[in-house]
Design a protein around this ligand. Structure first.
Ligand code: AMP
Length: 571
């Protein structure tokens, strides 16, 4: 089969009426190709020359592609650029502009040229890419050129999913679409469709033997959701629950020398976490694959910051300033490979044991917090503790569950509050205490204890700690100066608190605070026992907004208002 025939298949597939029809067309095309070209065709189907996790991109903008086309046509660059713009699609324009020609290209020839284009980089590469592309276009038929141009500009969207390709491969080479699970398993372990194609050609045995490999991302296991703790207990029975950290999931591979970090979508994001990798390099020498949640922590207080913070690392050039402003900590929760052994088929309890033995402490690394849960009551308590710690809830894990690569199932169940986003209102809170800072905040306050006013009891009930949102000036000068007059040896009698800060204040200073959500908390006294026995209300991700000198402490937000806000946040 020539590249021309392959392109004809692609166009048919694009117009196919059903998924089954797609599978059949693809299987037929695969069978007609010389075996060594099958993996290449699989990659071209995805509009790529390497699996996505390798991060090999063409680096050809539409304008550059148009210039290459002009070169191939022997026409003026500007004229072609205008025409492409007018037509709106470079592929469509090429189909009209190129003469009936070509047809002798093989899949391998096209793949090799495209790969060379993608791999060329550095000085002068733009011109070399353009010239290479022009030569390829000059040898291509109009239909072939259209597909080539759509490929290099990242616009080949055939809508052929991974599952369809796997099914077509099963049908083509194992004679049975029903054998797809065998291919799926290989794919889940390696995330590489072309590699799976190579294995299929070797036969079923090769597929069965496939193991995960350090460097190739394992498709991640995902959690199912259940709405309440009762149903989680019913489904899992006694199990392990872990804090659900709210950061970016990372799968870290180490081969003894080199690191790879993959995102949940299996993009290579190694460059985003140099500090995390440095930490791992300091404490680990042997190859491993682990998973962690990378969470930005406040450099001064060590408190976890919400997920959005980690997005600040998604830039091309991470500067030392950004790294310092958004330091991360890795909360490690899974181990997939260690001591030369793939662990994914082992039960969770065994993997966790291995993880705990493997783990070496470091200030940038922590094991996910875990607890064995036997009753609903314990589950709820651990959930509250996780929210209190700045987490999103829990991931409950079945002790005998293996790591199901690429699957979402009930071996992991997430237990999360059903709402997200910010509270629509800010709150005015009274400062009643403080903890001393450490690190850069040494000599100043690290976080403040803030309270609401309960007019019925005429007392101040604590609602939150707040440490975020203050400027350096606030911390070093303004707050110490303003709070000093109110400092006391012991708790003010009108303050009701279960926490014991380093310093107490007379309720006087009012500040405005924003937060993401109001949650139940065993540690704060606001509306204690009102919504639930043994629990008060607390803020999640509180942040200082400004001073409210215009308000007296008795004009602060009241307990009753917070209860209202708690109830309305799901409305
Ligand atoms: P969700 O993204 O809501 O489907 O929840 C599952 C996600 O929770 C995973 O993909 C991880 O990124 C994240 N996560 C946080 N902490 C843990 C943990 N201890 N175990 C497993 N997943 C976790």
């Amino acid at each position: 089969m020539t590249f021309r025939r392959f392109v004809a298949t692609l166009l048919e597939v694009e117009r196919a009426s059903s998924r089954i029809a797609m599978v059949k067309m693809l299987a037929e095309a695969f069978r007609e190709l010389p075996p060594e070209e099958v993996p290449l065709a699989v990659m071209l189907l995805q509009g790529r020359v390497a699996p996505e996790f390798e991060g090999l991109e063409f680096g050809v903008a539409e304008k550059e592609a148009a210039k290459a086309l002009a070169l191939a046509l022997g026409r003026d660059e500007f004229e072609v650029l205008q025409a492409v713009k007018a037509r709106g699609d470079i592929g469509a324009y090429a189909r009209e502009a190129l003469p009936e020609q070509g047809g002798g290209l093989t899949v391998k020839q096209v793949y090799d040229e495209l790969r060379a284009i993608a791999e060329d980089s550095g000085k002068g590469s733009q011109l070399r890419k353009r010239e290479r592309l022009a030569r390829l276009l000059a040898a291509a038929s109009p239909e072939e050129a259209a597909v080539i141009l759509r490929t290099v500009t990242g616009r080949l969207r055939l809508g052929v999913g991974d599952a369809t390709v796997l099914e077509a491969l099963a049908l083509a080479f194992l004679g049975d679409r029903g054998k797809k699970p065998l291919l799926e398993r290989a794919y889940n372990l390696t995330s590489d469709l072309a590699y799976v194609a190579r294995l299929v050609l070797e036969g079923e045995e090769a597929l069965r033997r496939v193991k995960l490999e350090v460097g190739k991302p394992v498709r991640m296991m995902l959690a199912e959701r259940l709405p309440d703790p009762e149903r989680i207990m019913e489904k899992l029975g006694p199990h392990y629950a872990e804090h659900k950290y709210d950061g970016e999931r990372v799968q870290v591979h180490f081969d003894g020398e080199r690191f790879w970090v993959y995102s949940r979508r299996l993009e290579n994001i190694t460059h985003q976490y140099p500090d995390l990798l440095e930490a791992l390099r300091e404490v680990q020498r042997e190859p491993f694959i682990v998973e962690a949640e990378a969470v930005v922590v406040d450099p001064l207080t060590g408190e976890m910051r919400p997920f959005q913070n980690v997005l600040n690392r998604k830039v091309k050039h991470l500067t030392p300033e950004l790294l310092e402003k958004y330091p991360v900590k890795g909360f490690v929760f899974e181990i997939l490979f260690q001591a030369g052994e793939a662990l994914i088929d082992r039960p969770y309890s065994e993997r966790r044991e291995r993880l705990e033995r493997w783990f070496r402490p470091h200030e940038r690394l922590e094991l996910s917090s875990k607890r064995f849960i036997e009753t609903t009551e314990e589950l709820v308590r651990f959930f509250d503790a996780s929210i209190e710690a700045g987490c999103e809830g829990l991931v409950c894990k079945k002790p005998d569950g293996e790591y199901e690569a690429g699957k979402r199932g009930f071996k992991w169940v997430k237990y999360k509050r059903g709402i997200a986003g910010k509270l629509s209102d800010t709150l005015d809170l009274v400062i009643v205490g403080a903890w001393l800072g450490r690190g850069r905040r040494a000599g100043s306050y690290g976080s403040l204890l803030a309270a609401v006013y309960n007019p019925d009891e005429d007392r101040f009930e604590t609602l939150t700690k707040v440490g975020s949102g203050f400027s350096d000036e606030d911390l070093n000068e303004v707050l110490p100066r303003r709070l000093e007059p109110y400092r006391r040896e012991a708790r003010h009698p009108r303050v009701w608190s279960l926490l014991a800060p380093d310093v107490w204040f007379e309720p006087a200073l009012v500040v405005e605070v924003e937060a993401q959500e109001i949650t139940l908390s065993p540690n704060h006294t606001c509306a204690f026992g009102v919504v639930q026995e043994g629990r008060g209300l607390a803020l999640r991700f509180p942040r200082f907004v400004r001073y409210r000198d215009d308000k007296s402490p008795e004009e602060a937000t009241t307990t009753r208002e917070v209860v209202e806000m708690y109830r309305n946040q799901w409305a």
